[in-house]
Design a protein around this ligand. Structure first.
Ligand code: ADP
Ligand code: ASP
Ligand code: MG
Length: 438
């Protein structure tokens, strides 16, 4: 492994500097091992778990590696803090919400640091702001623009384990911000890249990335490897073991990820660029994912004219609605229906937009449906194997499950179905494609 002081690009760009620095010849004194480890909420959920994690960190350090750690808030404490805010305010102020939520990670970073120090290994904790994680100004879902990391480098150079609070940073307006739900993964990946670690270990409560969520498919199989392209599709369609933006970051900057368990410490899943040989031998399907966090909106009787979809979706985009799947029906008598999905959390903004623009574009009415879920098949091998979609639709039909929407990419097929049918659909597809078998 090798570690260098790199320029520090953010999520949005400036990767060039980093790769230029990488190509510079290294001197012997620069070649040291550095590992970035991230521990999720369950992994640091109580004092016993924190001590187990501290023990693992101390062992890694004693084995000779430099260690930088990122932690999530303990257990479900972020959800608890959100509930608390809602008890005191109907519409919690976004700035204060970020002040509140960042406290969760601050608690775990301090506790983990204390526990590591107790084992005789020097450790020091830092907030996102102290670590130099600089973001844009969007409270609640800030994007990283730069990672300075100076204090982390100094701590590591002093022989200390640096423990960084995940999920947070400081904006260009000097405000404390959060990076979005599940974003401790992103903190870890950004640090791994900027510090030049050649792998980032994501410790969680399952042993890796599975062929389906092991909590709903008992015979789901742990994958030894998964390509970044497939992981991106998995994360985008509900495989929440890695946050989507963290996978995007890893793909952009070429960081290798090892997803593994902080309960068994067994080797987990390597998420990395697939070699050409591996792509050739790619299994047809790598996994089935599901997502029940989205709602469906159908706009009826939209005039079938140029510019109408542009106006509708521009208004939705301007209101910050994260529109996902879009389906337009065939036109009858100059009118058509348009359906789309978006996160349930964005539905109230979408309602406001609809009320404002529906009349203006001449559409009749709209309805929204919360009782939907999405089931997706992911696999790089499906590119060269026709018939996967047909088998998927036949399997759902056999289960009596109605398909409401379909969307595809070269390595994914997604169907929107009733929320109540989602788990049955995942299990049936997992069986049909024999994903539990090696
Ligand atoms: P952490 O708190 O460690 O970040 P998360 O809850 O965000 O953990 O992610 C781990 C969870 O992801 C697992 O408990 C599992 O239920 C869920 N999950 C969903 N799909 C998958 C999958 N394909 N493979 C592994 N875990 C999955
Ligand atoms: N604690 C934050 C959340 O629950 C961040 C994370 O766990 O990654 O979303
Ligand atoms: Mg997570």
């Amino acid at each position: 492994m090798r570690r260098e002081a790199l320029a520090a690009p953010g999520e949005a760009g400036a990767g060039e500097n980093a790769s230029k620095c990488r190509n510079r010849p290294l001197v012997a004194s620069e070649i040291v091992a550095l590992v970035v480890q991230k521990y999720g909420g369950t992994s640091v959920g109580d004092p016993e778990r924190i001590k187990a994690v501290a023990d693992h960190i101390a062992r890694t350090r004693r084995a000779g590696d430099d260690v930088v750690v990122t932690v999530s808030a303990m257990g479900k404490s972020t959800d608890d803090l959100i509930r608390l805010a809602q008890e005191v305010s109907h519409t919690p102020n976004v700035r204060e919400m970020d002040m509140l939520l960042t406290a969760g990670e601050r608690i775990s970073m301090a506790l983990v640091s204390m526990a590591v120090n107790d084992l005789g290994v020097p450790a020091v904790s830092f907030t996102g702001s102290q670590a130099g994680i600089v973001t844009d100004t969007q409270h609640g879902r800030a994007r990283i623009v730069e990672v300075k990391g100076d204090r982390i480098r100094e701590a590591v150079a002093d022989g200390k384990v640096a423990i960084v609070a995940g999920f947070q940073g400081v904006s260009t307006a000097k405000e404390i911000v959060t990076l979005g739900r599940g974003a401790s993964d992103l903190t870890a990946l950004a640090l791994a890249h900027v510090l030049g670690a050649d792998a980032c270990e994501i410790y969680t409560d399952v042993e890796g990335v599975y062929t389906a969520d092991p909590r709903i498919v008992p015979n789901a199989r742990k994958l030894a490897r998964v390509s970044l392209d497939e992981m991106l599709e998995m994360a985008a369609t509900g495989g929440r073991v890695l946050m989507l933006r963290s996978v995007e970051f890893a793909r952009k900057y070429g960081v290798r990820i090892h997803v593994r368990s902080s309960f068994t410490w067994a080797p987990g899943t390597w998420v990395e660029e697939a070699s050409e040989m591996e792509s050739m031998e790619q299994a047809i399907i790598s996994g089935v994912t599901h997502d029940t966090s989205e709602a469906k909106v159908t706009i009826e009787q939209v005039p079938d004219q140029p510019g109408v979809a542009g106006k509708l979706f521009r208004a939705l985009a301007d209101a910050g609605c994260n529109v996902d799947m879009i389906v337009q029906n065939v036109s009858t008598e100059g009118h058509t229906d348009i359906s789309f999905t978006l996160p349930k959390d964005d539905l109230s903004s979408a309602h406001e937009v609809m009320q404002r623009v529906l009349g203006a574009v001449g559409a009749k009415q709209y309805r929204s449906d919360l009782d939907v879920g999405r089931v997706s098949l992911i696999g790089a091998g499906m590119k060269s194997h026709p018939g996967v979609a047909a088998t998927m639709f036949e399997t759902l039909a056999r289960e009596g499950i109605n398909i409401e929407m379909i969307s595809t990419s070269t390595i994914r097929i997604s169907c929107v179905v009733a929320e109540a049918d989602v788990e049955r659909a995942v299990q049936a597809l997992h069986d049909e494609f024999k994903l539990g078998q090696v």
